[in-house]
Structures are given as structure tokens and as C-alpha cells.
Design a protein around this ligand. Structure first.
Ligand SMILES: [Zn+2]
Length: 141
């Protein structure tokens, strides 16, 4: 870690921030940010509902969101420590990538990045599902 931070010595941010940035880049920035906002949201909702404990978080994850469930699970373990969400389970609902054809209105599942309508072979298609990333619900007590 110490050696890596030297590469950004010309940067005018504080050394502590350099370390933090590298820690994030090393271990998947996307999931870290996603998990942080998820934890914030869950704790806020739990507080609003006067919950004593968060038991379960139902997360909807589109294939195209680029978020790896295992990483979210890992960060959640760290970030939820000493909060009422500690020990909560995360249920991942994966949403397949779907597109709609602009020519014939056919809706189809996109496999291996084949953005072609299987009915009329048009490439004029739009995304209708697959980039979801949100907390559907939480279970508290
Ligand atoms: Zn079509």
C-alpha cells in the first residue's frame, strides 16, 4: 500500500485520501460505492420504521449493472458492523438482460451481447431490463 501511494505524490490531495483511493481501486470500486449507498439507505429506512434490527435486504440486480453479488456481500459485512444491519442476509434477485425490437415490438432476452431481434433480425433494439440496481424491500424487527 505504501509503495503504491507514491505514484500519486504529485496529486494535491492528502496522503490519507490516496491510501483510501487505492484501497477502493484494488478491491472493486463499483461494489464498494454500491454497498455504501445500500447500507445508508437501509439504515435510514430502518430508522424511519423504528426497527431494532435489519434481518434481510432484498436487492434487485440486473445483469448489466456490473455488480458482483459476492463483493457486495463482502463489503456489507464490513460496513454493517456495529449497526442494526449487522448480520442481515442479502437476497439477490438477478434480472436478465431484455431488449425490445423497434421494428416489430418483440421483447427478447439478450444472450452473449447479441443485440439482434430473433424475430425480424433488426438491430434497432432498446434495453428494457437488465441494468436494475435497487433495494426492493427490507425485512426488520
Ligand atoms: Zn423485431
Amino acid at each position: 500500500m505504501g509503495a503504491k501511494s507514491r505514484f500519486t505524490a504529485s496529486c494535491d490531495t492528502s496522503p490519507r485520501w490516496d491510501h483510501l483511493q487505492y484501497a477502493i481501486l484494488d478491491s472493486g470500486m463499483h461494489e464498494l460505492a454500491v454497498t455504501q449507498s445500500m447500507v445508508n439507505l437501509v439504515l435510514e429506512e430502518a430508522r424511519k420504521g423504528n426497527a431494532r434490527k435489519v434481518k434481510k435486504i432484498n436487492l434487485v440486480l440486473g445483469e448489466l449493472s456490473g455488480v458482483v453479488g459476492d463483493c457486495v456481500q463482502f463489503y456489507f459485512g464490513l460496513m454493517s458492523k456495529d449497526t442494526i444491519a449487522e448480520g442481515a442476509t442479502i437476497s439477490f434477485k438477478t434480472v436478465a438482460t431484455q431488449a425490445k425490437c423497434r421494428q416489430c415490438a418483440n421483447i427478447f432476452e439478450v444472450k452473449e451481447s447479441e443485440w439482434i431481434c430473433p424475430e425480424c433480425h433488426s438491430v434497432s433494439v432498446e434495453l428494457v431490463a437488465g441494468n436494475e440496481l435497487f433495494v426492493e424491500s427490507i425485512e426488520v424487527e
